[in-house]
Design a protein. Structure first.
Lengths: 110, 116
């Protein structure tokens, strides 16, 4: 069960914009869309968006998600120190009937 | 408030068995699918297994198929993961998650360590 592809790390400056990517295939990201999760060290993951750009209540408007073909993206504007975390994408693979995760991207705010 | 509380983790030898539990509250448990996700120390998230709201449908990662069994008791608002033939590579923090089509809410996790 191959996972989704995410860059291992992204570094951006304070108040800058970071765009994280997640690439799958037509059976997962390209079909069902992707969800994004944030995980701070020592804490469980937290859902940031689902089905490409639906935000749960309480999630900052600085975060937005999108999809183009088989690639999903999470854009975070006005980076703050608290945005420094690991970010994971996930998607349901309708062909394999399994959930797949990306390997995670460590976002560093300089 | 939606809450998930995992329990049952521990230290055991390869080949052993363990049953994890996840007690749910704050939502209508019987109306939602549930999922187990694990995270090995210093590693990323790995989906383990999911179960539909009625328990009619279950799904497993290849890495645990045939060894792990997911189940639920809707009368007790509890999710389970029976883990048999445990291996060192099963060592991880095991989370349960409310599955609303995305991993909506997570518990704090329960640690499973498989070591001789």
């Amino acid at each position: 069960q191959a996972g989704l592809t995410q860059p291992p790390s992204v570094s951006k400056g304070l108040r800058q914009t970071a765009t994280l990517t997640c690439t799958g295939n037509s059976n997962n990201v390209g079909d069902q869309g992707a969800a994004w999760l944030q995980q701070h060290q020592g804490h469980p993951p937290k859902l940031l968006s689902y089905r490409n750009n639906n935000r749960p209540s309480g999630i900052s408007e600085r975060l937005s998600a999108s999809r183009s073909g088989n690639t999903a993206s999470l854009t975070i504007t006005g980076l703050q120190p608290e945005d420094e975390a690991d970010y994971y994408c996930s998607a349901w693979d309708s062909s394999l009937s399994v959930w797949v995760f990306g390997g995670g991207t460590k976002l560093t705010v300089l | 408030e939606v809450q998930l509380l995992e329990s049952g983790g521990g230290l055991l030898q390869p080949g052993g068995s363990l049953r994890l539990s996840c007690a749910a509250s704050g939502f209508t448990f019987s109306s939602y699918a549930m999922t187990w996700v694990r995270q090995a120390p210093g590693k990323g998230l790995e989906w383990v297994s999911s179960i539909s709201d009625s328990a009619r449908n279950t799904y497993y990662a290849d890495s645990v198929k045939g060894r792990f069994t997911i189940s639920r008791d809707n009368s007790k608002n509890t999710l389970y993961l029976q883990m048999n033939s445990l291996r060192a590579e099963d060592t991880a923090l095991y989370y349960c998650s409310l599955d609303t089509g995305a991993f909506d809410t997570w518990g704090q996790g329960t640690m499973v360590t498989v070591s001789s």
